[in-house]
Write a protein that binds this ligand. Structure first.
Ligand SMILES: Nc1nc2c(c(=O)[nH]1)N[C@H]1C(S)=C(S)[C@@H](COP(=O)(O)OP(=O)(O)OC[C@H]3O[C@@H](n4cnc5c(N)ncnc54)[C@H](O)[C@@H]3O)O[C@H]1N2
Ligand code: MOO
Length: 391
């Protein structure tokens, strides 16, 4: 058994970042930007009105002052002339401010009669003008690597980038195995169960940015598993579920070995998830998850998510833990790092009474994994402990 940190390091050593591809801006949300992009223009490209009102020479603004309105400036259609003394231009939000004007008086502070305006007695202080380049200037950057959020996409659009360089989504082949498994919606036999991990792990991988291919579930025979591995050979990463332990029908390690797997490790000092394995088969990284549903999902959060992030060029590191108070006492921990399923309450983290690694209903109610380090002493209500928040 190796510690969790070391297992993660060995996983990072197995994988490499995918290559870069260009995607249309409209499809870039959630993708990982791999090279910084620079603004191709200033924003705003001209001094722009921030309000609907009248552009005037600022020095003449005082309560009761009168101006002759000589034209109009709208967003997308500037006023070409110059504003002289005693003159104003009707202006709307986003319009270029005409030459000669350096203040916009909002229309609520003005009385208009024909082509004359009179300023009210209670004028606001600001110029109501956004300076050219006030948002960003040519050459300003969106740094990389970063996962593009909607606000990043909006900024890249304003910087005039129709396509963006992003990391290709890693393709993950998912191999479930076990004679007991049927797919959701099928009619299970008396000794069968419905495959669940397969879909939970697929969802988890896709949420991180991978493309997932679910291969037909392998039977508990070496031939069936060999076939599944051969179908997975073109993927960037193979992930098996189940068959990782020591039983007579747990064939993943044996078949992978026969196929020449260079093993990176087998068994991690964690709970749940101990029988995790990893290596490389014919050059393709392989991660073998334990079959117990909660074990597979915990390993998904602790290992698969950081691995996909590394493949997307986001760097090699664990998920960042949060620190929260315990709402209840917890017992001392043993020799395996424990990820306790817990809910987040107003009083803090409350681990569930049952931590059995088969209970998906408990996992689905969990908001967090409380992280109990190897040999951690008992902790009390109110103590601050590390945890992984689940979204
Ligand atoms: N003698 C020992 N027995 C076990 C040990 C051990 O150290 N010594 N470890 C236990 C631990 S810990 C775990 S975790 C499990 C892992 O076993 P496997 O990876 O070999 O998983 P399976 O035996 O194939 O399945 C376990 C359990 O999970 C169900 N399963 C499997 N795949 C799926 C799926 N895709 N969807 C839903 N459920 C699935 C399967 O039916 C079993 O109930 O081993 C312990 N045993
Ligand atoms: O490690 Mo197993 O994953 O405890 O159930």
């Amino acid at each position: 058994m190796i510690p969790v940190d070391e297992a993660l390091d060995r996983l990072f050593a197995l994988v490499a970042p995918t290559e870069t591809e260009m995607v249309p801006l409209a499809q870039s949300s959630g993708r990982v930007l791999v090279r910084e992009v620079q603004a191709r223009r200033d924003q705003p490209p001209f001094a722009a009105s921030a309000m609907d009102g009248y552009a005037v020479p600022g020095g003449e603004v005082r309560p009761g002052a009168r101006f002759a309105v000589i034209g109009e400036a709208a967003a997308g259609r500037r006023f070409d002339g110059t504003v002289g003394p005693g003159q104003a231009v009707r202006i709307f939000t986003g319009a270029p401010v005409p030459e000669g004007a350096d203040r916009v008086v909002i229309q609520e502070d003005v009385t208009a009669e024909g082509t004359t305006i009179t300023l009210g007695g209670n004028l606001d202080e600001g110029s109501n003008i956004r300076p050219a380049g006030g948002d960003f200037r040519i050459g300003d950057r969106i740094s990389a690597p970063r996962r593009l959020r909607p606000q990043d996409v909006a900024l890249a659009a304003a910087m005039n980038h129709p396509v963006l360089p992003v990391a290709r989504r890693p393709v993950v082949a998912l191999i479930s195995n076990g004679d007991e498994l049927v797919m959701p919606g099928e009619t299970p036999g008396p000794d069968q169960i419905v495959a669940s991990n397969t879909f939970g792990i697929k969802a988890l991988l896709e949420a991180e940015g991978a493309t997932v291919r679910i291969l037909p579930a392998a039977r508990d025979t070496a031939a069936s598993l060999r076939l599944a591995f051969s179908l997975a050979a073109s993927a960037d990463l193979m992930v098996t579920i189940g068959g990782a332990s020591v039983g007579d029908h747990d064939l993943v390690g044996r078949v992978a070995g026969e196929l020449g797997m260079e093993r990176a490790f087998y068994k991690v000092a964690m709970r749940p998830g101990k029988p995790l394995m990893a290596g490389r088969i014919s050059g393709v990284p392989m991660i073998g998850l334990p079959g117990n549903p909660v074990s597979a999902m915990v390993c998904g959060h602790v290992f698969l998510r950081p691995v996909i992030r590394a493949m997307l060029g986001l760097g090699a590191g664990p998920l960042a833990p949060s620190q929260m108070r315990l709402a209840t006492d917890v017992a001392a921990n043993g020799p395996r790092l424990h990820y306790m399923r817990a809910e987040v309450t107003d009083q803090g983290l409350r681990p569930f009474a049952s931590q059995d690694s088969a209970l998906l209903s408990v996992l689905a109610r969990a908001d967090a994994f409380v992280i109990r380090p190897v040999d951690a002493p008992a902790a009390s209500e109110g103590d601050t402990v590390p945890c992984l928040l689940l979204s």
